[in-house]
Design a protein around this ligand. Structure first.
Ligand code: XMP
Length: 303
C-alpha cells in the first residue's frame, strides 16, 4: 500500500543541469506542492532569471525570482579566501531558502547535489578539495529537511535522466554552472563591479564558442567560461598607458567533471574572444589568457 505523502517543498534552480533536472523530478513527484525559486545572487549569468523562467515555464513549472543581490554583495564584502566565500554563500543560500520556505509553508528543501559535489567536499575519508555550495558550505543548523534525488549520480547520468524526463535537449545538455556562480570565478574579493565585468566577459565567451560550434568550426566543449583575475597589468589604450585586469578563458572536455582536459579551441576563435573582451571591456580589461591545464592537477573552476 502506498503511504500518503504530504507537505510542501522548495527548490532553488541555478540554471545548471543538476538543479533543472532535480526541479523537474520533484515537480513530477509532488506537482504544485513544489515551490520553485531562482535566487538572483548578483553573481549569475546575464539574463539567467528570464531564461530559467522560460525554460521551466515550457514544462509547466512556475519560477519565482528572488532579488537577493544586495544581501550577497554585502555578505561577500572583504572576503578573499575561496573556502570562506563558498561557506558565506552556502549559509546565505540556506537562509534565503528558509525565508522563501516560510512564505510558502515548505518543510523540505530539494537540492540538485550530485556525487562529485559531496566527494570533492570531503566526507571524512577524502580530502576537502573545495566545499561545494550545497554541501560543505551549509551551516551546522538548518531547519529545512534536505532531499537530494540526484545524490548518487554523475553528470552524464543526470543528463540521461533529463533526457528520459523529456525536458528538451537545450535543458539537459546545457553546460554545468556552479551554484556559487561568478563569485568563485572572480579570484579574490568578488565586488559588484567585478561581477558586472565578468558577466559581460562570460557572455562573450559563451556567444563566441557557441557560434563557432554551431558553424562546425569546433566541438562544443563540456564547459566553457571566463574568470577574472585580481592582479592588474600594464597595457596601452590608444596612445595612453592602461592598467587593467586579466580575463582567463577556460574550456574543458570531460564526462563527469571528476577529471577534465583543456579544449583545443581554434586560435581564430580565441583571437575573436580576446578582441571582443578587450574592446568591449576596454576600461577594465587589457589582457586575456587561455587556461591550458587539465584536471588534475588543476580543478575546472579556479576556486
Ligand atoms: P571543479 O572545479 O571541482 O568542478 O573541478 C567540477 C564541476 O563542478 C562544478 N562546481 C560546482 N557545482 N556547486 C555546484 O553546483 C559548487 O559549489 C561547485 N563547484 C564546482 C564545476 O562548475 C564543474 O562543472
Amino acid at each position: 500500500m502506498r503511504s500518503k505523502i504530504s507537505g510542501k517543498a522548495i527548490i532553488a534552480t541555478s540554471g545548471g543541469v543538476d538543479s533543472t533536472v532535480a526541479a523537474v523530478l520533484a515537480h513530477r513527484a509532488i506537482g504544485d506542492r513544489l515551490h520553485c525559486v531562482y535566487i538572483d545572487t548578483g553573481y549569475m549569468r546575464k539574463g539567467e532569471g528570464e531564461g530559467i523562467r522560460e525554460m521551466l515555464g515550457k514544462i509547466g513549472i512556475a519560477v519565482d525570482v528572488v532579488d537577493a543581490r544586495e544581501k550577497f554583495y554585502s555578505a561577500l564584502r572583504g572576503i578573499a579566501s575561496p573556502e570562506e566565500k563558498r561557506k558565506a554563500i552556502g549559509e546565505l543560500f540556506i537562509r534565503s531558502f528558509e525565508e522563501e520556505a516560510r512564505k510558502s509553508g515548505a518543510e523540505f528543501l530539494v537540492q540538485g547535489t550530485i556525487a562529485p559535489d559531496w566527494i570533492e567536499s570531503g566526507d571524512g575519508i577524502r580530502d576537502n578539495i573545495k566545499s561545494h555550495h550545497n554541501v560543505g558550505g551549509l551551516p551546522k543548523e538548518y531547519r529545512l529537511k534536505i532531499v537530494e534525488p540526484l545524490r548518487d549520480l554523475y553528470k552524464d547520468e543526470v543528463r540521461a535522466v533529463g533526457k528520459a524526463l523529456g525536458i528538451g535537449e537545450k535543458a539537459y545538455s546545457r553546460q554545468p554552472f556552479p551554484g556559487p556562480g561568478l563569485a568563485i570565478r572572480i579570484i579574490g574579493e568578488a565586488t559588484p563591479e567585478k561581477a558586472a565585468v565578468l558577466q559581460q566577459a562570460t557572455s562573450i565567451v559563451e556567444e563566441e564558442i557557441e557560434s563557432s560550434a554551431s558553424k562546425g568550426e569546433c566541438k562544443l566543449p563540456w564547459q566553457y567560461f571566463a574568470v577574472l583575475l585580481p592582479t592588474r597589468t600594464v597595457g596601452v589604450l590608444g596612445d595612453k598607458r592602461a592598467y587593467g585586469y586579466t580575463i582567463g578563458v577556460r574550456a574543458v572536455e570531460s564526462i563527469d567533471g571528476m577529471t577534465a582536459s583543456y579544449s583545443e579551441l581554434p586560435h581564430s576563435l580565441l583571437a575573436r574572444i580576446s578582441n571582443r573582451i578587450t574592446r568591449e571591456l576596454k576600461d577594465n580589461v587589457n589582457r586575456v589568457v587561455y587556461d591550458i591545464t587539465s584536471k588534475p592537477p588543476a580543478t575546472i573552476e579556479w576556486e
